[in-house]
Design a protein around this ligand. Structure first.
Ligand code: FAD
Length: 385
């Protein structure tokens, strides 16, 4: 059997890995338009004064709660190289800040899945005024919506906790994950568990407080266990490098600078034409390309599917990594960094203090910071860096 996979990011590489594992004897070809593997995973290792900076251009961790990433690392022999985020000197996870009216304010302690899981820190936070806190408290008495229709994340949180809680607390945290506009993002596609919490506990805060207590109890029972976010010692590229080495060993045909131009159906399967005119055929095809690329490739195969894929909006973002001598940084980097609510009107949406999160990613005596720029409604072409 011949299989062609288009796209050499983590999705295409893992598809090739599992195909080579489960389809013995299959002839597998992986096509990548660019001149390197990994797609959005882009790790640079910069030697410096006997140590090195590990700079992630794209993702820097994956969620431990989703088991497939850990399982893949285990199969590739990388499990012992996986690190969680640093707990800091106190043994407690360092705080995260929010830029609020130009100042860094700590996120209230006790957030559970973005929601307030403890009352006292919410009463003490300077991110909300007293009337805004009182509005949040209405969540305990407001009846849950019986409507099964989807709604936007912004509308849902504003309905339960008030608009200020959405703008000052939830929106910046959500932006750190999706870089999207919460007033457009579907609740059911992004955070479906929030609707479940509303239904189950008749209040988001009550649900979050229960989850927070369960998490603390679990944490006490499994002290020293792994963090929620994992990454190999010298960056996510380790997974890409291990996959490429494994696939080469399995005889998978790995082709860089091989952009698929179009795809057609044939009686025997599929025909893929490359940008240089070469044509390949296969019985099976996997597209692991961004939705707009898949839309263009499938236009002649299934117009409806291509149109649906073409409607998926994307946003351009950039990351800028900065390194300083620690002595030149004017404040202690006592946290994982800060998020910036949309209403602050800044070009950046977050700044991660990488050398606090992963101390081994900067040489001794240096700070490494990563700034995220660009989000929905604030495309890079519109902001002048
Ligand atoms: C700044 C940033 C930070 C992120 N942080 C995290 C994080 O911490 N944790 C997390 O889990 N996720 C994170 N993400 C999301 C994560 O990076 C992506 O979901 C994931 O890498 C996507 O992988 P993919 O293989 O689906 O797509 P891609 O990585 O986009 O790979 C698609 C590949 O297809 C190739 N291609 C395109 N057109 C063609 C063609 N015509 N022919 C052949 N090849 C083609 C491209 O060159 C590319 O290599 C982050 C994303 C960004 C941008």
């Amino acid at each position: 059997m011949k299989l062609i996979i288009i796209g050499g990011g983590i999705a295409g590489l893992s598809a090739a890995y599992y195909a080579s594992k489960h389809l013995p004897g299959a002839q597998i070809t992986l096509l990548e338009a660019g001149d390197r593997w990994g797609g959005k995973i882009a790790t640079e290792r910069v030697p410096w004064e006997g140590g090195q900076f590990v700079i992630e251009g794209g993702p820097d961790t994956f969620l431990a709660t989703k088991p497939w990433g850990v399982r893949l690392c285990r199969e590739l022999g990388l499990e012992d190289r996986l690190h969680g985020t640093s707990k800091g000197k106190s043994g407690l996870a360092p705080r995260t800040y929010v830029l609020h009216k130009g100042r860094l304010e700590p996120l209230p302690d006790g957030l559970a899945m973005m929601l307030p899981g403890k009352v006292l820190p919410m009463l003490q936070t300077r991110l909300l005024t007293w009337p805004q806190k009182l509005r949040m408290g209405l969540d305990f008495v407001l009846p849950p919506s019986q409507n099964d229709e989807d709604e936007t994340l912004g509308a849902f949180i504003s309905r339960r906790l008030g608009r200020a809680a959405y703008e000052n607390l939830i929106e910046p945290l959500m932006s750190g994950i999706y870089a999207g506009d919460g007033d457009q993002l579907s609740l059911l596609s992004t955070f479906p568990y929030l609707r479940d919490l509303e239904r189950q506990y008749r209040s988001l805060a009550r649900g979050a407080m229960t989850m927070y207590r369960q998490r603390v109890a679990r944490g006490k029972a499994t002290q020293g266990s792994r963090s929620a976010f994992l990454t190999p010692t010298t960056g996510l590229a380790e997974i890409v490098e291990a996959l490429v080495a494994h696939l080469e060993g399995q005889g998978v045909n790995l082709r860089l600078r091989a952009a698929a131009q179009d795809v057609t159906r044939t009686a025997a399967g599929w025909q893929v034409r490359l940008a240089d005119g070469e044509t390949l055929t296969a019985e099976a095809l996997i597209l692991a390309t961004p939705a707009w690329v898949s839309a263009a490739l499938l236009r002649g195969v299934d117009a409806d599917l291509a149109a649906a894929l073409g409607r998926i909006p994307y946003v351009s973002t950039a990351t800028v990594t900065l390194a300083y001598r620690l002595g030149d940084v004017p404040r202690p980097l006592d946290g994982y960094g800060y998020v910036i609510p949309r209403r602050e009107g800044r070009r950046a949406l977050a700044c991660t203090w990488t050398s606090t999160k992963f101390p081994h990613r900067a040489p001794e005596g240096y700070a490494l910071l990563r700034v995220f720029i660009g989000r929905a409604g604030q495309h890079l072409s519109l902001i002048h860096i």
